[in-house]
Write a protein that binds this ligand. Structure first.
Ligand code: HAM
Length: 424
């Protein structure tokens, strides 16, 4: 059973699905190039401490969701649950800040979290993320939102909603935390066990609890707005002004706090109406203290990450993002023996020219080979008949209009030219 079953919360992506992934990955590269981002590839696992320090000890991810193991050298390592802490680690380790600022990086790849799997929530999932380091310009907060929106639009997605909030900085947060604790304490009996355990350690996290009894308490909870220091207030006002000037639709959400300790000032989330409970198709925020927390000099930064599986689910729901299944340029129909040998030679030549040449490996009848060519959607069929081979030629049939022509095998360049043009 376990030999043929993949681990819970993981997915296989194979023929029929992978074409859409490739198309999306191409779009990601295009959008990132237009915004001036370079790709960063970091290891799949990091020292556990990076996430404990970076994400924060009192977060769901660090408390309950990390895939942590001890390797044979007795080191504690963790499969990366997210890409921001690794990007900052790589930024520092490779001294990426030594050149022109800001540094704009993007990454794409699997992340791992031990969560309860359901539609849109997996234990291995793919993120496309971006991080920009070295500037506190509010325009960069806005660009970190615009880039993923550009991607959603380039894929044809509609019906998504941007939600935004400011959670302040270490200067303004303590008084808000204090007010929150004072507000929640008299209601402690109505809070869920996880909120109760976090009340004093991380009271902001209570704001996005989804448990019904907590929701009732939350309705009257104080908002951070009036606790923001002048710098955070001005920053947030500027972010909103840029969003307005650029015509970006957004909703203020005072309860948006996000599940990572590294955030400062702006936080945002994009949700899709196509999805159920797991409706966030991307999220991010500013994290001006993380570089310093991980040992670098104070460096403001902001970023965003898109959940690729969720984006594809949302696109599926709207039926707009489709990939043409790939089809061979030509199917070489042979009769075995000498005819198969010639077909193999021609296939070798054509493939060297970057053309998809397919042929039979199962000793099938001519009729079955024609059927196979049809099923694959091959644009041409080349028939290696005995008579034609005697003349060192083949019959090339255009499967769209049924037209046939005899092609001399001396002139394989001509064959490649005809086939190369058929896809245009
Ligand atoms: P996050 O909100 O944890 O943020 O994840 C970003 C996105 O990844 C989510 O909005 C969702 O689309 C997707 N995602 C998260 N968990 C899962 C899961 N278990 N299954 C499927 N998709 C999932 C971060 O990871 C931050 N590092 C984002 C960031 C970048 N902040 C600043 N820079």
């Amino acid at each position: 059973m376990t030999l043929t079953t993949r681990p819970r919360g993981t997915n296989d992506v194979g023929p029929g699905d992978i074409e859409l992934w490739h198309k999306l990955e191409e779009k990601i590269r295009q959008v990132c190039a237009a915004y001036g981002y370079s790709e960063l590839r970091t290891p799949m696992f990091e020292h556990t401490e990076l996430f404990q320090r970076g994400i924060g000890e009192a977060t769901d991810i660090v408390e309950k969701e990390m895939y942590t193991f001890v390797d044979r050298g007795e080191r504690s390592l963790t499969l990366r649950p997210e890409g921001t802490a690794p990007a900052v680690r790589a930024y520092l380790e490779n001294n990426l800040g030594a050149g022109a600022l800001p540094v704009k990086l993007y990454y794409y790849g699997p992340m791992f979290r031990y969560e309860r799997p359901q539609a849109g929530r997996y234990r291995q999932f793919t993120q496309f993320g971006l991080e920009v380091l070295g500037s506190s310009d509010p325009l960069l907060d806005v660009e970190a939102i615009l880039l993923p929106l550009e991607l959603y639009k380039a894929c044809g997605l509609s019906g998504f909603q941007v939600e935004i909030n400011s959670i302040g900085c270490p200067k303004c947060r303590p008084s808000y935390r204090q007010e929150l604790v004072e507000y929640f304490e008299p209601h402690v009996d109505r809070l869920c066990s996880s909120c109760r355990s976090r009340l004093h350690r991380n009271p902001l996290r209570l704001l996005d609890c989804k448990v019904e009894s907590c929701q009732e308490v939350l309705a009257g909870a104080p908002q951070i707005g009036r606790h923001l220091c002048p710098e955070c207030s001005a920053h947030f006002a500027q972010v909103l002004a840029y969003l307005d000037a650029l015509g970006v639709d957004y909703k203020l959400n005072h309860r948006l706090v996000r599940g990572f300790d590294y955030y400062t000032k702006t936080v945002f989330e994009v949700t899709s109406a196509e999805l159920g409970a797991q409706n966030a198709i991307g999220a991010g925020g500013r994290y001006d203290g993380l570089v310093e927390e991980l040992g670098g000099k104070p460096t403001p930064a902001v970023g965003f990450a898109v959940g690729v599986e969720r984006l594809l689910l949302a696109l599926q729901g709207q039926d707009k993002f489709q990939a043409e299944p790939a089809a061979p340029h030509v199917y070489l129909v042979h009769f075995g023996g000498e005819s198969k040998l010639r077909a193999a030679q021609v296939a070798y030549f054509l493939r060297g020219q970057g053309l998809w040449a397919e042929l039979d490996y199962l000793e099938r009848s001519i009729k079955a080979q024609m059927k196979a060519a049809n099923r694959l959607g091959s644009r041409y069929v080349a028939i290696f008949g005995e008579e034609e081979l005697g003349r060192n030629s083949i019959v090339l049939r255009n499967m769209r209009d049924g037209q046939e022509q005899e092609i001399n095998l001396q002139d394989l360049e001509q064959l490649a030219k005809i086939l190369g043009e058929c896809g245009k």
